[in-house]
Each structure stands twice: as structure tokens, then as C-alpha cells.
Design a protein around this ligand. Structure first.
Ligand code: BEZ
Ligand code: FE
Length: 271
């Protein structure tokens, strides 16, 4: 359901909403929910809205994963999509080659430099001069938005891919982290006994002319939360090995890591 149809009071809205309410009424009746309990639910939803946490709520209830699966069920031969999450920031800085998506900062601590590379193609193998937009946490688990030590937009950036489709960027190996727990969604997680951890990952948003924009994430083997992601977003097809190397490379002294991630985009329908 597109935003326009949902907001515009369309035929789709008129069909989906009564069904959703009938399902809700059935649950309220089955559990004999009291007036007091229902008012607590309404207060909770009000708090979620005020804290701008509806996307987070959709994610931790694994509703986003369900919508992602239904939206991409017909994709054929494309890289698997994944949930965007609430931490994407519009208009990240453009990064020029050789692409590095972070600046070192005071208190950055120990981290493993990582070069991620691959090729962007269409599902038939044609290379695509795409735009790749990536975002991830810093080396001790935090996004720039939560970590005042980091420069704004650190560990975020977009860059243009050459006609060959080949890309590479420098980052650091991310670590597992917890989704925000200081708001109403944190209270929800506590109440239902759900942990807030996500496995380490890098988010990608990749666009190219004539193709569906791909939103996805890459995960790494051996992560303790790979089979227990609080938003349930890990897909086997998106787990990529990291290789460790001794010696320096590209302005990096000492050991570094590499990870390969080829990206195939689905041609747009009718295009
Ligand atoms: C994230 O991966 O950035 C994320 C996803 C869902 C909830 C919170 C964060
Ligand atoms: Fe994330």
C-alpha cells in the first residue's frame, strides 16, 4: 500500500482497515481486555508517536520484516532486500574515490579497518553506474546520532559507481549493538522480555536508472546475534565472510580486513 493510497482514503484503505480492526476486536474480546488496560495501550501508542518510534516499533515486532518479504517476493535474481530501519539519514555526504566513510575521532578506540568491494549489476549481469549509499555504527557500537564524540554523518556516505559497476569503500568492521531502549519501545521490549540486540551489519541503499532501488544489509559469520536479531532481519544470503590481511594497504598501516559484496538490481517493472 503506497503512502498516497493509505493517506488518500483509497479503496485499499477502505478494505484493509476494517479487517485490521476486526482482528484487533477479536484479540480484545479473547483476552477480555479491561478499560484500564485499553487506556494504557492508547497511552503507550501516544508515547510511541511523540517519541517518533513507530518505525522502531514496526521493526522490533518484526512487522517490517514481514512487509519486506511480501514486497520483494517476486524479485527474481536480485540481491535480497532487507529492512531500512529508523536510522537512515537523508542526504548523506558524497564521498569521492578512494571512498572512506568515516573520519577518525577522539576516543575512537581499537578498530579493524575494513575494505568492502564488489560489483553492481542488473540481474542479467550488465554493469550499472549506480549510486551506493551506506550507513553503519562506529567501532564501539554507536551511530553518529547517539555518539557525540563522532563527527556528524560519520560512518555514512554515498558515492557514485563507475560504468564498470565496480565499487570499493573503506570503513571499520562494525560490532553488534542494541536498538534504542530509552523510550516507549524500550519499555515494550522489557515488558515482553525481548532483548534489544542486533548483529553487526552495514546498511546499503543502491539505486541505478531503470532499476528498483535496493535497500539491504550485509552481515558477518560468527556473530552471536546472527540467529537472534531482535528485528529478525538476518537473511542467510546476506551473510558475507570477512578476510583478515597482514601488512598495510591504501594509507592503512598494519592489518586490515576485506569483504566482498556483489549487488544485483531488479529491473523496474515495465522499464
Ligand atoms: C538498524 O539496523 O539501524 C536498526 C534497525 C531496527 C531498529 C533499530 C535500528
Ligand atoms: Fe543498523
Amino acid at each position: 500500500m503506497s503512502t498516497t493510497t493509505a493517506v488518500g482514503g483509497s479503496e485499499r484503505l477502505a478494505r484493509v482497515l476494517p479487517d485490521a480492526l476486526a482482528a484487533l476486536h477479536e484479540v480484545l474480546e479473547r483476552h477480555r481486555v479491561t478499560e484500564e488496560e485499553w487506556h494504557a495501550v492508547l497511552r503507550f501508542l501516544t508515547d510511541v508517536g511523540r517519541a517518533d518510534e513507530f518505525i522502531l516499533l514496526s521493526d522490533v515486532t518484526q512487522t517490517s520484516v514481514l512487509i519486506d518479504a511480501m514486497s520483494h517476493a517476486a524479485d527474481d535474481g536480485a540481491t535480497a532486500s532487507d529492512v531500512e530501519g529508523p536510522l537512515y539519514r537523508e542526504d548523506p555526504p558524497w564521498r569521492e574515490a578512494p571512498v572512506k566513510i568515516y573520519e577518525d575521532y577522539d576516543g575512537m578506540g581499537e578498530c579493524d579497518v575494513l575494505f568492502v568491494s564488489g560489483r553492481v549489476t542488473s540481474t542479467d549481469g550488465t554493469p550499472l553506474p549506480a549510486v551506493v549509499d551506506v550507513w553503519q555504527t562506529g567501532p564501539d557500537g554507536g551511530y553518529d546520532l547517539w555518539d557525540e564524540r563522532q563527527p556528524d554523518y560519520n560512518f555514512r556516505g554515498r558515492f557514485r559507481v563507475a560504468d564498470s559497476g565496480v565499487y570499493e569503500f573503506q570503513t571499520v568492521v562494525p560490532k553488534p549493538y542494541t536498538v534504542p531502549t530509552d523510550g516507549p519501545v524500550g519499555r515494550y521490549l522489557d515488558a515482553v522480555g525481548q532483548h534489544p540486540w542486533r548483529p553487526a551489519h552495514i546498511h546499503f541503499k543502491v539505486s541505478a536508472e531503470g532499476h528498483r532501488t535496493l535497500v539491504t544489509q550485509v552481515f558477518f559469520p560468527g556473530d552471536p546475534y546472527l540467529s537472534d536479531d531482535t528485528i529478525g532481519a538476518v537473511k542467510e544470503a546476506l551473510v558475507r565472510p570477512i578476510e583478515r590481511h597482514d601488512g598495510g594497504r591504501g594509507g592503512v598501516d598494519g592489518p586490515y580486513a576485506t569483504c566482498g559484496f556483489d549487488i544485483r538490481l531488479q529491473p523496474a517493472r515495465g522499464g
